[in-house]
Write a protein that binds this ligand. Sequence first.
Ligand SMILES: C[S@@+](CC[C@H](N)C(=O)[O-])C[C@H]1O[C@@H](n2cnc3c(N)ncnc32)[C@H](O)[C@@H]1O
Ligand SMILES: [Zn+2]
Ligand SMILES: [Zn+2]
Ligand SMILES: [Zn+2]
Ligand SMILES: [Zn+2]
Ligand SMILES: [Zn+2]
Length: 1011
Amino acid sequence: MKKAIEESFPIVEINRLAVPERNAFKPIYQMHKWFARRASCVFRAILLASMKPAGTNIMEEFYKDHTNDPDTNGVKILDPFMGGGTTVVEALRLGCHVTGIDLNPVAWFIVKTEVEPVDIDRLRDAFKRLEARKTHTGKSVKEELLSHYKTGCPCCGASSNIPLNKGGSRGLSSNNRSAKENADIIYTFWVKSAICTNPNCKREVTLFNNYIIAQKTPTIRYVSDYECTHCKKVFDMDIESASLIAEKTLTVYNSKDASGELRSHKRWALWDSMTHRAACPWCSHENVEAEAKSLKKAKKKVPLAVLLCPHCYAVWQYRGALPEEVSCPACKKDYSPNRGNVAEKGSFVCESCGTKDKIINSIRKLPQEQLLPTRPYAIEGYCPECAGETFEKNLFHEIIKSKRLTHSCMINKNNGKFFKRINPSDLKRYQDAEKRWEKEREMLPYPKQMVPVGEKTKSGLIAHHYLYWHQMFNPRQLLCLSTLLKAIDEEEDQLLKEMLLSAFQGTLEGNNVFAAYHRNRDCVGRIFARHDYQPKLTFLENNVWGNDIGSRTLLSCWKKILIAKEYCFKTTDSRINNHKIEDYYTGDNIYKIETNNFYQLHSKSSTDLSEYRDVYFDLVITDPPYAGNVNYSELADFFYVWLRLLLSKTYPPFSPELTPKIEEIIENPTRGKTVQDYEEGLTLVWKKCFEYLTDNGLMVFTFHHAEGSAWESLLESICNAGFIIESVYPIHAESEQSLHLMDKVSISYDLIHVCKKRNGVTNTKKRSWAGVRQEIRAKAREEIAMIEAGRYGSEKLLPADINIVLIGKCLELYSKHYGAIVDHNGDVVPLQNALVSIRMMVEQLIDTAHPLPSELEHIDPVSYVYLTCLCDRKEIQSDEVHKATRGILEIDGLIKAGVMRKGRAKRGRTYEVKQPDERYKDLQALFKKDARNPRQLKLFPDMEEERFDNVALVDIIHYLMGLANASENLMLWLNEFKQAIPQMRVALEYLKKRNPTFQIPIQKIVSLIEV
Ligand SMILES: C[S@@+](CC[C@H](N)C(=O)[O-])C[C@H]1O[C@@H](n2cnc3c(N)ncnc32)[C@H](O)[C@@H]1O
Ligand SMILES: [Zn+2]
Ligand SMILES: [Zn+2]
Ligand SMILES: [Zn+2]
Ligand SMILES: [Zn+2]
Ligand SMILES: [Zn+2]
């Protein structure tokens, strides 16, 4: 029986869900990073549509409870490239029996921790045990790790008897050495220095792009136009302080607009919450305002910037719009905050001798084992005292009690967070950790292996002298991470140990010297956001254990694990309804505690499935690697080298030093892996899938679709493995609006491919391409009618989507007779050629603006593009040519064919279309030569074939027009081109309509043909 996905797919609805219902809403997918994860809603829809009978409305099934659904329960599913486990998790929800395989042990570990049942109370206890576990210093792990990240609060850090400043706040000079260090460091900001490459200078040059540490525009409440009781003038009375630093003396105000956005020229003053006073900015009179009930509150936004002074390293604040030049309030020196020593990307300018050079050149001059020097330049800290609440928390750090403010304070509104300079005791604390690391490292677990040479590691790590994995962490991070890892290893229960290790894995992502500061969101940027290793000029050191504030700390990663494991027990999932998140009942939980949970996970290559000898899968649902797009194994090594320290003895896939590379299906020039290797690997896996799939089973997978040949080789590998491609559906996560804007140009899709076994069709009987093409056309027409009749729902598909769907349906016929379709010469028609022809056919069928007459259906690609897109213009934007040639031929092909040349205007972003007269000389030469060539005669009988050897129909037509314009003998040549006359005639008529300037020569030719 046919399944729903073989006929249709809710493209519009799923695309619409992909953005709001992204994985961020599903805690299970937030446990870990895996590269290029797919949207879970897409996979839920694929699964349902592959199991439900044809005709089912999948969107009606989407939010249903499938606990006792005979269509889904117990269905055997294989995902040979499971990655982060999207198929596995979604299939378990539907009660399927799922087998997930991934070559990469890190992926395997991620999916294992995602789906393995664990008792939540025992999990909480395990964390409690970890927290309290003693290190050799006698402190608990938690205390020990937090102690490395303490600092003095610049507001209340000293003993509490600091005199109040005028205005009520306690200002402390930031280098007060007697300060108590009770505040937690959230982040330490570091900068690298290059060494000037001028041999006479060799000075260290800090690599700052600019001196802006943070920029924010907090919203505060204020009373507008408050009238001074003394001088009767009005001012803005701010009732909350807008500040990112604690020291009043270190804030500079823009004289024009410091009051706030849209309050430009107003004077303002801060009302003190302790003394209830505000000093009038006109006459300094202290207005007392204890009861503000009668006053009208409003809100305003105040732009703030935290700046570093390159002269004295003060960390200070600018309130108001930031000017080009500023003057440091500490040392009074001027500088431009926007201009650092980094000249442009990758190069720096020495401030003392003016030498400009590439940063990489400075690294090359260093000994191999030496990294660029680094120094800390600022801290973002958190003071619970200044936050105004003493958090009393339960075990899970949820606040159960809070206290009111103890003092009035600049950073209270900022939740006790502040930026401050690095002072000597901060440096000392760091150096102490560094010393401890040197002393203790041999007793602690940390990765010792070298970074292997690879596509991503070569340029991202090795060229920058990161030769060992541990060099991606500074000594304090290494000390904390390895102390933590050792303590996790002491957990006796293996499963719980793995759950703790899972939180540790998340922590690695945010505690390394490749982490950057996300200035707008005040958090750690993701190290693998771009799927590569990118050394940072300024980086962010996190707090490994962490506190309530901060991201990617152990604490925050642990919370994620806990929430995710709880989610697995839930009988609901979340969805978006009317822009709101709400729960819907899914019946059974992921673990299938009540019914029969069933999954198997393997870390191995899917090119060998021999252990499933007696198993047949009903479905293969997967997402294969995409050529060289993501270097899974090279990136995963970053996590692997740490994980294996605890897992190598228990799990054989973790015993090698690094993740497997040889068996990886990928294109990777540095590791000598070619496109052919990639294709062969994929084909091998498809063949295995074929072997282990039931005869009427489906194989459905997603694959990226972009320009280039990766898609063609994928289709080839599918056909080679014995599959028929039944349907192709586009999936894109971009907003509908932007898709409409872009139309077809430069959208990249994910395509869902639906394949079934080519059963029974032996393909010994040859089929003529011309015949199959007729069938394909009929099929495409039928499909268009279906689309119009609403097969894909009441909502309209985008034109670009229709295009893809039609190509998919056309491919079915081609792949059914794969290997047996021959052209007029008896040669097998290669997939690439068939695809070009299918694309032109589909374009034509849905192009309502300039439909080509049916006689020109099998025209050559150059003439096709010329007639449909170029013939009525002199100049054309490159974007448009791009769009018109996509998948049909390369733009270069048009230039080589002589119908177009690069435009001179707009920096080459346009092309000029050559007119017949301009081509005349070249064509004369072409036809003179070819006329003498006997092969030329063979050319015309082939007219109905889509490929011409080297002459295009447009060449013939342009040549005739050239002859006509030059009043040469046309009859002679018309005779020569006799066989092509039917096509020529319609092409000429078509051209005449499209381009009136061709009227005269065309008329001449046509009148001769008529005779
Ligand atoms: C595109 S990813 C899958 C991502 C997954 N769909 C997700 O949402 O997280 C492809 C996976 O194929 C795996 N892979 C590469 N070569 C393999 C092989 N020979 N056998 C099994 N898995 C392999 C990679 O490790 C990678 O995790
Ligand atoms: Zn404080
Ligand atoms: Zn006044
Ligand atoms: Zn200064
Ligand atoms: Zn210099
Ligand atoms: Zn304070």
